[in-house]
Ligand binder design. Structure first.
Ligand SMILES: Nc1ncnc2c1ncn2[C@@H]1O[C@H](COP(=O)(O)OP(=O)(O)OP(=O)(O)O)[C@@H](O)[C@H]1O
Ligand SMILES: [Mg+2]
Length: 415
């Protein structure tokens, strides 16, 4: 029995686009500004941007659906529309159940109200009676572990506490459809596990779950069905496992076919953007396959769109396995090695010796931030990378890649 049907859903945003002056010199820039003042033309033009386009699907009661897609693919937009937080520009939604949603922190709760008041408010919004809510109240408080803070306005909550309570409310108020967007990443690992178990229970109890996550193994474990969004369009709809495979293939294909500086699936203010990613051996020869135990430079080229140098820039290089589990995080500020980036562009190198990865394929993402304050660029899957062969342990053993991807030497003895 369908519980939700969407047809040709579209969401168009008006985005202000700074007229990109390709003016090379300050003088040209001044001339252009003066001209725009005289002509009273705003430098900001707005244009249509379709964050979702012609998306159609039907969801049956009791399905647990994982929605995956790259940054900016339209996942949150879709969930916001299904939760009736934003209106679609086109298309229609038919729903036959009450929806509880847990979207980004800040939606759903009223900041001035206490935890207790928000529980009642949310229950009321879901159409529950006071006595129904009272019956669920203790369970919610128990689950969220916020008893001591029940009478504190939620604006004073830490983001972890806030998400715990928000999840507990959404999951316990017996919605017919539970919608969860990624926010679980805010909580600690133990709480995340608890939430995933709860979502599984909710699904097994015959209720429907829609779940957005970048963690592909979680989607595979939790969901019965997977939908892949790409640039606002629905590209795949099948089992969770097939969807993950489709997504990974597409990610590899994108990383192989589109030069890094042309990719649009990125966030950050763009003052500086990663423009290439290469792996080199210590003789500075580019390699396409790495070896366990080898020594490498990871090189991130960058372009700058501003006219001055940026100092104190932190570079992060995250290494994920092929299910998007983060395995390693190299970050320049861990070792006080933040860098200065030139307005004329250049490259940053990160040297990693004794590569502790077993045979397998890996994904890298690059994150550039300035003075801990602004995100310059963030892009995932900068290059699909393979580790094959090598001799990390010096014994010919490659470890057990099916069990563990990280290699580390240990010394054994008996006493
Ligand atoms: N209020 C808005 N005004 C203009 N553009 C928006 C607005 N909200 C979202 N967008 C744009 O719509 C696109 C889709 O955004 P959305 O948040 O749905 O992506 P997402 O798939 O959830 O990405 P992420 O994985 O980064 O959370 C993005 O390009 C985003 O910049
Ligand atoms: Mg999102």
């Amino acid at each position: 029995m369908p519980i939700l049907r969407v047809e040709n859903l579209g969401k168009c945003y008006q985005v202000a686009r700074q007229s990109r002056s390709n003016t090379a010199t300050l003088r040209d820039a001044i001339v252009e500004t003066a001209r725009s003042i005289v002509q009273r033309k705003s430098k900001l033009r707005s244009e249509d941007f379709w964050a979702l386009n012609e998306v159609s699907f039907t969801i049956e009661q009791g399905e647990r659906v994982g929605i995956i897609g790259r940054n900016g693919a339209g996942k949150s937009t879709l969930l916001k529309i299904l939760s009736r937080i934003t209106e679609p520009t086109r298309g229609r939604i038919e729903g036959w159940g009450r929806v509880a949603s847990l979207l980004e922190v800040g939606t759903g709760f009223h900041p001035e109200l206490t935890g207790r008041e928000n529980i009642y408010l949310n229950g009321a919004i879901l159409g529950m009676s006071r006595s129904e809510i009272a019956r669920k109240f203790d369970e919610i408080v128990d689950f969220a572990e916020v008893e001591r803070f029940l009478d504190t306005p939620v604006k004073r909550y830490s983001s972890g506490m806030y998400v715990r309570l928000a999840f507990a409310v959404a999951a316990h108020l017996e919605p017919e459809i539970l919608i969860v967007d990624e926010v679980l990443a805010v909580g600690d690992v133990q709480f995340q596990k608890k939430c995933l178990n709860k979502m599984e229970d909710v699904g097994k109890a015959g209720r429907t779950v829609l779940f957005v996550s970048h963690n592909l193994s979680t989607v595979e474990a939790l969901c019965t069905r997977g939908i892949v969004l790409q640039q606002g369009a629905l590209r795949f709809d099948g089992t969770a496992h097939e969807a993950v495979q489709y997504y990974l293939d597409a990610a590899y294909e994108l990383a192989n076919s589109t030069a890094l500086h042309l990719r649009r699936d990125r966030s950050g203010n763009g003052k500086v953007r990663a423009s290439h990613f290469r792996i080199l051996d210590l003789n500075e020869t580019e390699v396409s396959v790495m070896q366990s135990g080898g020594d490498y430079f990871f090189e991130i080229g960058y372009h700058s769109t501003i006219d001055h140098a940026l100092h104190d820039v932190a570079i992060s290089l995250d290494v994920f396995d092929d299910r998007a589990n983060r395995l390693l995080l190299f970050r320049s500020n861990f070792t006080n090695e933040n860098v200065s980036l030139s307005p004329s562009g250049g490259a940053i190198r990160c040297c990693v010796r004794d590569l502790p990865l077993a045979n397998g394929s890996y994904r890298f993402s690059v994150f550039l931030s300035h003075a801990n304050a602004e995100v310059l660029d963030y892009i995932t899957d900068v290059a699909p990378s393979i580790v094959e062969g090598g001799d990390f342990f010096g014994t010919g053993s490659g470890g057990l890649p099916t069990h563990c991807k990280i290699l580390k030497r240990a010394e054994w003895s008996t006493i």
